[in-house]
Design a protein around this ligand. Structure first.
Ligand code: FES
Length: 571
């Protein structure tokens, strides 16, 4: 490695006034002169925030990354970026995923950084960091914060998926307010992100399947010291990656994306995976579309018995052998020859990784469930597609035709869902409009609408529900999500009315709305589509420039290859 090849030397290797300025102010942190003389500068992109409780342990974890960087001869520099906490941010953290990704991209590009460790945890912190890093395309690797330990409540193991069950039990009076509050502390009892295969764990799994992290990144609990050791190894490894010039684009090949889709199917990952993977592919310049999710999920059964598709937790996955053991089971469906960030191939990383508990990781011969992955349905209600997660749905509803009960927006849903006069039964199809990328800027996770109280009391547990919104990765049910184009973009969903018949057929991947052309034209004439009035600021930019769900809901101006590297001096 020649020192001049290091990007950071465009700052720290300069002579004269500019070099003085670049180095002198850094020295106020007690940095010795030799750090500026050709050591790879490793950015540690940290999403620590006390407002992102899933990432609240990241300051300590970053110290282990730094240790590793220094041991390997690098110069670690930690920097903060916008952190997106799923639970607190209103209206939805997804509104800010693209903004955070721009913060990451420009923070990396503008600074003397040769390689980056991305510290990811809560749901949107992973895609925003990976998307931003892809747009710069330096050597980069991910260390996730790790899942929480599973919760314990009244002798039962609990996790985030139980929030929906508790909410329904509370609605029915089966759980008191005091019990509800007690359950809160029982569920979130250690550092880390959600303990189930929700979106955060899906993202941690995704980065490991893409080859963007060291093996076992997906499931080591946050509270397990082996997470700290993994962080230290990640610090060591990124320095070598800089020396090898192992850029993101060398790891993120089309084959890596196909692997990630297949692994997501086998682990029962979140439907949010679709949106984030499409956006990441768009940033790195790999062609990927919605049909690929269906195509590459086929033949892959559900191997991981993890909530919400199963009953166990992420820490159980780790004890059972972790993601490498699961990937080893399905290796004939994976591209095993491609390189990963540790410099080894996928095949090398997953070799000799036995399953220690087949109740948690099942085999291809005897899978936990035959249905897995993401089913992409199309039809006149969703010309550009919509997604369903079969492993979280009810098989008896895979083929269903029913009368629509329409909610114009989420406020309308809340106002009427439990009204005794609502004309709805278990065969109805619930339809929610205006919760797509533009309609509810950020595309809220409200697609798995709660069942009306009067039907819950009758014992109804699931119904077909359709919307242009998203669903929490911890949610479940026969829920058709991400309908594209969305209603607020003038998609067909905008014109659905109460009483229309809608037919879902998962086996045939179709969703059809029984309305004649003449009737549809009459509805359009009676109530012409109105484009949303312009809103100021970031939300206005978001509505104007966000792409539809089937394209990853990224900003149109962020798609495409990596940007240029700044070399100008401004002093
Ligand atoms: Fe952060 Fe679930 S709320 S991962």
């Amino acid at each position: 490695m020649s020192e001049q090849k290091l990007r950071s030397q465009q700052w720290f290797g300069k002579t004269g006034k500019d070099g003085f300025i670049y180095r002198a102010w850094m020295k106020n942190q007690g940095i010795p002169d030799d750090y500026f003389q050709g050591k790879p500068v490793i950015g540690i992109c940290n999403t620590w925030s006390e407002l992102t409780p899933c990432n609240a342990h990241f300051r300590e974890l970053a110290e282990f990354v730094k240790k590793g960087v220094i041991e390997a001869g690098g110069f670690p520099v930690e920097f903060p970026v916008m952190s997106l906490g799923e639970t607190l941010i209103k209206p939805t953290a997804m509104l800010y995923r693209n903004l955070a990704s721009m913060d990451v991209e420009e923070s990396i590009r503008a600074n003397p950084i040769d390689g980056v460790v991305l510290m990811c945890g809560c749901d949107k912190t992973t895609p925003s960091l990976v998307m931003g890093a892809c747009s710069v395309d330096l050597p980069s690797l991910v260390i996730s914060g790790g899942p929480m330990m599973k919760g314990k409540f009244k002798g039962k193991e609990i996790g985030t998926s139980d929030v929906w069950r508790f909410a329904e039990a509370y609605k029915l009076g089966e759980l008191s307010q005091a019990e509800f509050i007690e359950a809160e502390a029982c569920m979130a009892r250690t550092p880390g992100h959600c303990a189930v295969m929700g979106t955060a764990s899906t993202m941690a799994t995704m980065v490991e399947a893409l080859g963007l992290s060291l093996p076992q990144n997906a499931a080591i609990p946050a509270a397990d010291v082996r997470r700290k050791v993994l962080a230290q190894h990640s610090g060591r490894r990124i320095v070598e990656m800089v020396k090898e010039d192992l850029k993101l684009s060398k790891v993120l090949t089309r084959e890596a994306f196909e692997n990630a889709i297949r692994v997501n199917a086998a682990t029962g990952g979140s439907t949010n995976f679709v949106i984030h993977l499409l956006a990441i592919a768009g940033r790195i310049g790999v062609e990927l579309d919605l049909n690929d999710f269906d195509k590459f999920s086929k033949q892959i059964p559900l191997l991981a018995n993890i909530q919400p598709s199963g009953v166990h937790f992420m820490e159980d996955l780790y004890y059972a052998g972790g993601l490498p053991a699961l990937m080893n089971q399905m290796k004939e469906f994976l591209h095993t020859g491609i390189i990963t960030v540790n410099g080894k191939t996928v095949g090398e990383n997953i070799a000799n990784t036995p399953i220690y508990d087949s109740n948690i990781i099942s085999t291809m011969e005897n899978p936990f469930k035959p249905d897995s992955g993401i089913a992409v349905v199309k039809g006149n209600l969703a010309p550009n597609g919509a997604v369903v997660k079969p492993s979280a749905a009810s098989p008896e509803l895979f083929k269903h035709r029913g009368k629509a009960v329409v909610f114009e927006n989420i406020e309308d849903y809340h106002a009427r869902i439990d009204h005794p006069d609502l004309d709805i039964d278990e065969n109805s199809v619930m339809v929610l409009k205006n919760v797509g990328p533009k309609g509810y800027p950020g595309m809220a996770e409200v697609g798995n609408m709660g069942i009306p109280k009067k039907l819950l009391e009758k014992g109804v547990k699931d119904m077909v529900r359709i919307s242009d919104g998203r669903m929490s990765g911890t949610g479940f049910g026969t829920v058709v999500l991400h309908v594209s184009p969305e209603s607020a973009a003038g998609g067909p969903l905008n014109w659905v009315q109460n009483g229309d018949y809608i037919a879902l057929d998962l086996d045939n991947r179709s969703i059809n709305w029984e309305v004649s052309e003449e009737e549809l034209e009459a509805r359009k004439l009676a109530q012409p589509f109105q484009v949303q009035a312009h809103i100021r600021g970031y939300v206005g930019l978001f509505i104007d420039r966000v792409s539809q769900a089937h394209e990853g809901a990224d900003f149109d101006f962020l798609k495409g290859g990596s940007g240029s590297i700044v070399t100008r001096d401004s002093h």
